[in-house]
Ligand binder design. Structure first.
Ligand code: ASP
Ligand code: MG
Length: 402
């Protein structure tokens, strides 16, 4: 079997953890499997590097940020290869450049285009465990790029897809995918299985367990993912196309506090204004979420939308610069908001799901600022201080706990 195993930052945070992972991988290797290990940076390394950059230059360029952040993963793969070698297992570490993991040019948020497999295949053929840096790639200028926070998952899935691996295991500090974040709702229950679509929504809407693009890619290339604990040997959660065992109305509830709302007020109501505003944001690579538009009054209307909170400064800059040309009266923003979402494939065929969610919020006296829905999801925007309470109330209302 060819197995791709990805370990997150906490799983390789120190010497003990590194050896723990190395031993586990060595066991699988000795059973005759081919092993590719993908690693994140150790512990809080990436955060620390970002802080360090900030202390030098508040507005460091994205290119230099990628150059800096990429060293975190390079350190962990080298140490892991050394640990494996010390256990008598042949191993080699490779960075994105050595493998040639080609990405788009966009620093800080690059996407894989194609990955050369010759080098990895060659090392596997000579019976080595191959330890590859997660989170990074190389663009057409031969510069280092990174895939966005949490991107190592996507590296693992991409390698599993291109190498046609038999399994892709994502090891983390939790035991799998839960009905809610166990730190917010202690009664949250671990799911045995979840569909790609549900997982994609959960990951996009705040569940930190998997990088959303890794799920997108797993679905596209039909790579079944297993999310499991790197510390305990217990069964995890399988993410796949169709789920047979547990058919649930709702699979999970999640909160995303990295959310801000922006309102452009008094927009002249002419055809094309929406296009101009959102095209401007798209050109600046700003991702928009829920959009709400008011009914026009006296030829003017208001448009509100949500974005990631860390994109707010940039968004306001872009909008303010274009304020006159897009003909708006005022731009407002609100930072202390959070998105709370329920996700479940069972929603498609069951009416009343949104109503039940709204009732749970009403019972707690939580007011809703915006609503958006899809076939398998309902998202509401609430005050950030209410987010955890909302998660618990909804979790209880749908009886998702143990
Ligand atoms: N080290 C990177 C981060 O902290 C990538 C990852 O962990 O997946 O975001
Ligand atoms: Mg992660």
């Amino acid at each position: 079997m060819l197995i791709v195993k990805k370990f997150g930052g906490s799983s390789v945070a120190n010497r003990e953890r590194i050896f723990c992972v190395a031993k586990r991988c060595a066991e699988d290797y000795k059973k005759g499997n081919d092993i590719v290990i993908v690693l994140s940076a150790m512990g809080d390394t990436t955060d620390d590097l970002m802080e360090e950059a900030k202390s030098i230059n508040e507005k460091a360029s994205k290119r230099e940020m990628d150059m800096l952040l990429a060293i975190g993963e390079q350190k962990s793969v080298a140490l892991m290869a050394m640990a494996l070698q010390s256990l008598g297992v042949p191993a080699i570490s490779l960075n994105a450049f050595q493998v040639m993991m080609h990405t788009t040019s966009r620093y800080g948020n690059a996407r894989f285009k194609n990955i050369d497999i010759e080098r990895i295949q060659h090392e596997l053929d000579s019976h080595k465990i191959v330890v590859v840096t997660g989170f990074q790639g190389v663009n057409k200028y031969n510069d280092v790029t990174t895939l966005g926070r949490g991107g190592s998952d996507t590296t693992a899935v991409a390698l599993a897809a291109i190498l046609n691996a038999d399994a892709c295991e994502i090891y983390t500090d939790v035991e799998g995918v839960y009905t809610a974040d166990p730190r917010i709702e202690p009664k949250a229950r671990k799911l045995k299985e979840i569909t790609y679509d549900e997982m994609l929504d959960l990951a996009t809407l705040g569940a930190k367990v998997l990088h959303n693009r890794s799920v997108e890619m797993a679905k596209k290339y039909d790579v079944p993912l297993i999310v499991r604990s790197s510390l305990k040997s217990v069964e995890g959660t399988t993410v796949k196309e169709e789920v047979k065992v547990e058919k649930m109305l709702i699979s999970g509830v999640t909160a995303d506090k990295n959310t801000a709302r922006i309102s452009v007020l008094g927009v002249k109501d002419k055809p094309g204004v929406e296009f101009r505003i959102f095209n401007l944001l798209a050109k600046n690579n700003i991702n928009i979420d829920t959009i709400l538009q008011s009914v026009s009054e006296d030829g003017r209307k208001d448009i509100s939308f949500t974005i990631a909170q860390d994109a707010m400064r940039e968004t306001l800059e872009v909008l303010n610069e274009a304020k006159d040309s897009i003909n708006v009266r005022k731009i407002e923003y609100e930072e202390n908001v959070a998105k709370v979402s329920i996700v479940g494939a069972g929603m498609i065929s069951n009416p009343g799901v949104a109503a039940k969610m709204f009732e749970a919020l009403y019972d707690e006296g939580i007011s809703i600022k915006m609503i958006s829905t899809s076939e398998i999801r309902v998202t509401v925007l609430v005050e950030e201080k209410d987010a955890d309470k909302a998660v618990r109330a909804i979790h209880a209302a749908f009886a998702l706990g143990e």
